[in-house]
Design a protein around this ligand. Structure first.
Ligand code: ADP
Ligand code: MG
Length: 495
C-alpha cells in the first residue's frame, strides 16, 4: 500500500513505517500459533434474562443503555454470581457509592458492570477475562474493582493497572481519582515524564501509592529499580488487554510484569478487559491467567458497530479528501459535536493539520513527535471542549473517552503493520477499525463515521472490513450535500 500522496500545500516525503516506540499504532493480530487452551472450566451459562436490570428500580432513562445483552458468561467452579441491579447490591463502601452518584453522576450499573462486578468483588476473587463493547463502561468495572479491594489503611501498592498509552493511563487515573474521591485511596500515574526535569529513577523515593496506573515501560522500570514493590498487590488489571498481550503489542513487557508479580505473590487477581479479543489472543490470554478464571465474551456477530452509523466516500485523490472534510463534513456537520480524524502516520497527521490550518480551520493534532507536555495539553483542550476537531494517529484509537465525539473520520483506513509491508498488500486492521469507530457513540450516544476511500486498494480494504463485520457501509457521494445531510440525519445527529 502506498502511503498518502502529497496534498494541498504540504510537501510530503516518502514515509518510513511507523514505529511502535510509544504505542501510537494499535494492535495487530498476533502471529503466535494458538495451541490448545487449558482444561475448560465448568461452564454455567447465565441466561440473558437473568442479567436484565429490575425495572421497578430503574431511574428515568437518560440515555440508551449500551446494549451488551448478548454477553456470554462462563463462570468457573460453583460460585453463583447474580448480576447487580443497583450499585447498592454490590456492597460498596458508602464513600464509593458517593463517588459514583455525586462525582460520576451514575445512576445504575451498565450491563457489563452488573455482570462483571460481582465476579470481581466477591471471593474467591477469580481472574477475569471480559469483553464488552466500546463505550459500555469497562473502566468502571476495573476501577471499582481496584478501589474496593484496596485496604485504605495500608499505605503500600495494592492495585496495578497497565494500559497501552500514556493518554489512557492518564484518563484511567483521572476516573479512579474522581470515583474514589471520598475513599482517601492514593494513586500514582506511572508514565514517562520529561527526563530533563525528572529525578533519576534511582534517586526516587519508593512508591507508596495504593493504586498505580501506567504504561508497561515505566512500570517495568519502577519494578526493576525496586521502587515499586508488588508483594502486597491484590489486583492487576490490563486495560485493552488484547493489545497488551498481543505479539506485536506489549506481550513481552506484560508477561514479564506478570511473572515478576507471581514470584512473590500468588494471590493477585488478574483482570483483562477489552472490546476486542481475536481468536489467537483469546486463546493466549486464557492460558496466561489462572485456570479457574471467569470469562465474559460478546459473540463476534454481536460486536457489530450498529450504534455508530458507517459511511464511505470515494475520493478521486488525496486532495479531494481534504475538500470532503472541509466543504462537506465540517460544513454540514458543523454543530454535531466534536470530531476526531484518524490518520495512519505521524506525517499524515502533520500534513493534514497544516492543510486545514492553512485553510483557516481550528484543529489540533496529536502524534508521537510532540513532547509529552504538548500532547497532554492538546488532549486536555479537546476534553475540555476548547477544540472541536482533533487529528490523531492510532494513539487515541483505543480507550479514549470523550462523550462529545459524534463524528469519526477515517482519513486513512487502518492497516496491519506486517514486516513485509513493502512487498505485500496490507490487510485491514479490524480491531483498530472497531476501536476507532468506538470513539463515537460512547455509552449509547449517537455517532457517525466517514471512511475516505481513495483508489482500488482502499476499496479492497473497505470491502474486507465490511465482510469481516458483516455490515454494509453506505456510500455518500463525494459532492452530494443531500447525501451528507441524509447520513447525519440517519445517524441521529441532524434534525
Ligand atoms: P469502555 O467500555 O469503552 O472502556 P468507558 O469505561 O470509557 O467505556 O465508559 C464510557 C462512558 O460511559 C464514560 O464516559 C463513562 O463515564 C460512562 N459510563 C460508564 N458507566 C456508566 C454508568 N453506569 N452510568 C452512566 N454513565 C456511565
Ligand atoms: Mg476502555
Amino acid at each position: 500500500m502506498s502511503e498518502p500522496t502529497p496534498a494541498a500545500t504540504a510537501p510530503l516525503t516518502a514515509q518510513p513505517p511507523s514505529h511502535k516506540s510509544w504505542a501510537d499504532e494499535a494492535d495487530e493480530e498476533s502471529n503466535a500459533t494458538a495451541s490448545s487452551s487449558s482444561a475448560p472450566p465448568q461452564t454455567s451459562s447465565l441466561e440473558v434474562d437473568d442479567l436484565t436490570i429490575e425495572d421497578n428500580k430503574k431511574p428515568p432513562k437518560l440515555l440508551d443503555d449500551p446494549d451488551d445483552s448478548n454477553i456470554q458468561t462462563v463462570t468457573s467452579g460453583e460460585t453463583p454470581y447474580t448480576s447487580a441491579a443497583t450499585f447498592e447490591d454490590l456492597n460498596l463502601s458508602p464513600e464509593l457509592l458517593k463517588g459514583l452518584y455525586v462525582e460520576m453522576k451514575f445512576q445504575k450499573p451498565s450491563k457489563i458492570q452488573a455482570i462483571s462486578l460481582p465476579m470481581i468483588l466477591n471471593p474467591p476473587h477469580r481472574d477475569l477475562i471480559a469483553q464488552a463493547h466500546n463505550g459500555s463502561g469497562k473502566t468502571t468495572c476495573f476501577v471499582l474493582g481496584m478501589l474496593s479491594r484496596v485496604d485504605p489503611k495500608l499505605q503500600v501498592p495494592q492495585a496495578l493497572c497497565i494500559c497501552p498509552t500514556r493518554e489512557l493511563a492518564i484518563q484511567n487515573t483521572e476516573v479512579l481519582r474522581k470515583m474514589g474521591k471520598y475513599t482517601g485511596i492514593s494513586s500514582e500515574c506511572a508514565i514517562p515524564t520529561d527526563s530533563r526535569v525528572d529525578l533519576p529513577i534511582a534517586k526516587r523515593a519508593p512508591i507508596m501509592a495504593q493504586v498505580i496506573i501506567g504504561t508497561p515501560g515505566t512500570i517495568k522500570k519502577w519494578m526493576t529499580f525496586k521502587k515499586l514493590g508488588v508483594t502486597r498487590l491484590k489486583i492487576l488489571v490490563f486495560d485493552e488487554a488484547d493489545q497488551m498481550l498481543a505479539e506485536d503489542g506489549f506481550k513481552d513487557d506484560s508477561l514479564r510484569i506478570m511473572k515478576e508479580i507471581e514470584k512473590s505473590n500468588s494471590n493477585c487477581q488478574v483482570l483483562l478487559f477489552s472490546a476486542t479479543f481475536n481468536d489467537i489472543v483469546k486463546n493466549f490470554v486464557s492460558r496466561t491467567v489462572k485456570k479457574d478464571h471467569n470469562k465474559l465474551f460478546v459473540k463476534k456477530e454481536e460486536l457489530s458497530l450498529d450504534a455508530v452509523k458507517q459511511y464511505k466516500v470515494h475520493c478521486p485523490d488525496e486532495l479531494s479528501k481534504i475538500e470532503v472534510i472541509k466543504d462537506y463534513i465540517f460544513e454540514i456537520g458543523e454543530n454535531v459535536g466534536q470530531t476526531i480524524i484518524f490518520v495512519r502516520t505521524r506525517e499524515s497527521a502533520k500534513m493534514l493539520h497544516k492543510s486545514l490550518v492553512d485553510l483557516g480551520y481550528e484543529v489540533t493534532s496529536i502524534q508521537g513527535a510532540l513532547d509529552h507536555e504538548e500532547r497532554d495539553k492538546i488532549v486536555k483542550e479537546f476534553k475540555d471542549g476548547l477544540t472541536q476537531v482533533l487529528i490523531s494517529t492510532d494513539v487515541l484509537a483505543r480507550g479514549f473517552d470523550q462523550q462529545q465525539i459524534n463524528l469519526v473520520i477515517n482519513y486513512d483506513l487502518p492497516v496491519k503493520h506486517t514486516p513485509e509491508y513493502n512487498t505485500r498488500e496490507r490487510e485491514p486492521d479490524y480491531e483498530v477499525y472497531l476501536h476507532r469507530v468506538g470513539r463515537a457513540g460512547r455509552f449509547g450516544r449517537k455517532g457517525a463515521v466517514f471512511n475516505l476511500i481513495c483508489g482500488e486498494r482502499d476499496e479492497r480494504l473497505m470491502s474486507k472490513i465490511e465482510n469481516h463485520f458483516g455490515t454494509h457501509v453506505t456510500e455518500v457521494k463525494e459532492k452530494s450535500v443531500e447525501d451528507y445531510k441524509g447520513a447525519l440525519k440517519e445517524a441521529g445527529l441532524l434534525q
